[in-house]
Ligand binder design. Structure first.
Ligand code: SF4
Ligand code: SF4
Length: 198
């Protein structure tokens, strides 16, 4: 009967066996398997680059489209842009904004926000109010460090929102009538009209 080559016992020379024993012994005393297992960890340790930002000593570079704290804006002559139309209040999905508007004294066709409140504890920073404003009176700043201990500090009134706008947008736009002299625009006062009789 012919011998099956797969059943043949492999015979190794004594030298070969000693070499294998020696290799095993070296691996044992050098913790070779553990080192292989730790290879990824050791590679990371040797090429260590910290990715944690050491806030507040280091601050992230914000994208241009970052939507931070809201602000009310002024024109370059210091007058408020807001005409008290309430559109931002209507557009806000979280009912953050409350506008109480009134007529400008002696200018019956002109209105302004007599009072303006924002409850920033409810704000989603969605930007819908900014988009809804017809005169660009609202802006989203890049301010985000608004953590407070008392939530009531986040109920902002008009002077506070204007102050945020003043520091966040030092370069102001010209008045609409100076920007677009031939275009119909909001907030035009017709001083020749008689005042409203109340
Ligand atoms: S950003 Fe959105 S949630 Fe915040 S006040 Fe404006 S519309 Fe409301
Ligand atoms: S939409 Fe603009 S102009 Fe109208 S109340 Fe709001 S901030 Fe003022």
């Amino acid at each position: 009967m012919k011998e099956n080559p797969y059943n043949r016992q492999i015979t190794r020379s004594p030298n070969h066996q000693m070499l294998n024993h020696f290799k095993t012994w070296i691996k044992t005393i050098t913790f070779y398997e553990i080192l292989v297992g730790m290879k990824a960890t050791l590679t990371h340790l040797l090429h260590y680059k910290p990715i944690t930002l050491q806030y507040p000593h280091e601050k992230r570079t914000l994208p241009d489209t970052y939507r931070g704290m809201l602000a009310l804006l002024r024109y370059d002559d210091g007058t408020e842009k807001c005409v008290g139309c309430d559109l931002c209040e209507a557009a806000c999905p979280s009912r953050v904004i409350k506008v109480i508007s009134a007529e400008v004294p002696d200018e019956p066709t002109k209105r302004f926000a007599k009072e303006y409140y924002m409850d920033m504890t409810r704000c989603l920073f969605c930007g819908l109010c900014v988009q809804a404003c017809p005169v660009d009176a609202l802006g989203m700043t890049r301010e985000y460090e608004w953590a407070v201990y008392d939530k009531r500090q986040l109920l902002l009134n008009k002077p506070q929102l204007l102050a945020i706008g003043d520091r966040a947008f030092p370069v102001r736009e010209k008045k609409l009538e100076l920007q677009h002299p031939n275009v119909a625009f909001f907030n035009v006062a017709f001083k020749h009209l008689p005042p409203k009789v109340s």
